[in-house]
Design a protein around this ligand. Structure first.
Ligand SMILES: [Zn+2]
Ligand SMILES: [Zn+2]
Length: 243
């Protein structure tokens, strides 16, 4: 007998044919990654040692409290950040499929990369709330979804942690950060976020979720806004790290 789940997947197949989203290989009906085994295995998955501040992967042998060169000069507003992989190759392609080609079903396997990473490397028992980096309302209307919110939903579902979707908001549109220098990114994003109701966050430990970490300007600006609402700790998880 065919399981109802498979029938449902079969119907879904009519809408999203089960071909590997990056190489086109035909997939088994039971494949929930939308990638073939070979493409999935090519996704770079970050491994320790991580910089204790920004989560950058550090070379092999490091001292007890390892920090990258950048973090010894910079002071981030968040407590600690991690990225699950590198923004390159298949992972970069998958993020583009999700973000620009509106393949929202990719949020499930990409979210799984994040939850697998959390299971392996993070002590997330004290996280009270998950907050995705918001889009400006005009951008949200144009894209129709917030990719960071889709990823955050996957994490919330897997670990049963509530999401806060509407309290951290983006107050002005900014240019896409891609193609800007570090300084331009900072100027572009500075003071672009605010908290609507700061009474909701005091004493909370939150996990801020975004798709890509490039210079850290976006998550740092979000963290600055969040800190003003009396939050205890801001941990950050991004799907991919661009540098
Ligand atoms: Zn493939
Ligand atoms: Zn660092």
């Amino acid at each position: 007998m065919i399981r109802p789940g498979l029938i449902f997947k079969g119907l879904i197949n009519l809408i999203y044919p089960l071909y590997c989203q990056t190489c086109g290989l035909k997939l088994e009906l039971t494949n929930t990654r939308y990638l073939c085994e070979s493409c999935w295995n090519k996704i770079s998955k970050n491994q320790p040692p991580f910089c204790i501040k920004c989560g950058m992967v550090l070379p092999g042998s490091v001292e007890e409290k390892p920090q990258c060169g950048g973090c010894s000069k910079k002071d981030y507003a968040f407590t600690q950040a991690w990225s699950t992989g590198l923004y390159q190759g298949i992972l970069k392609e998958c993020i583009h499929l999700l973000k620009y080609n509106k393949k929202v079903f990719m949020a499930a396997p990409l979210g799984k990369l994040m939850t697998d990473f959390m299971n392996r490397y993070l002590d997330f028992g004290n996280i009270d709330l998950i907050i995705p980096v918001p889009l400006h309302p005009a951008r949200l209307r144009e894209r129709e979804f917030n990719q960071s919110a889709l990823l955050a939903e996957q994490i919330g579902k897997r670990f049963n942690i509530p999401l806060s979707l509407n309290n951290l908001v983006k107050t002005r549109p900014t240019k896409p950060q891609t193609g800007l220098s570090g300084k331009e990114r900072l100027a572009n994003i500075q003071l672009a976020f605010k908290i609507k109701n700061s009474s909701l966050f005091p004493e909370k430990n939150v996990l801020l979720v975004d798709d890509v970490f490039t210079t850290g300007s976006t998550i740092n600006e979000c963290s600055t806004a969040l800190l003003q609402s009396g939050i205890n700790n801001i941990y950050v998880l991004t799907l991919a790290r661009a540098n």
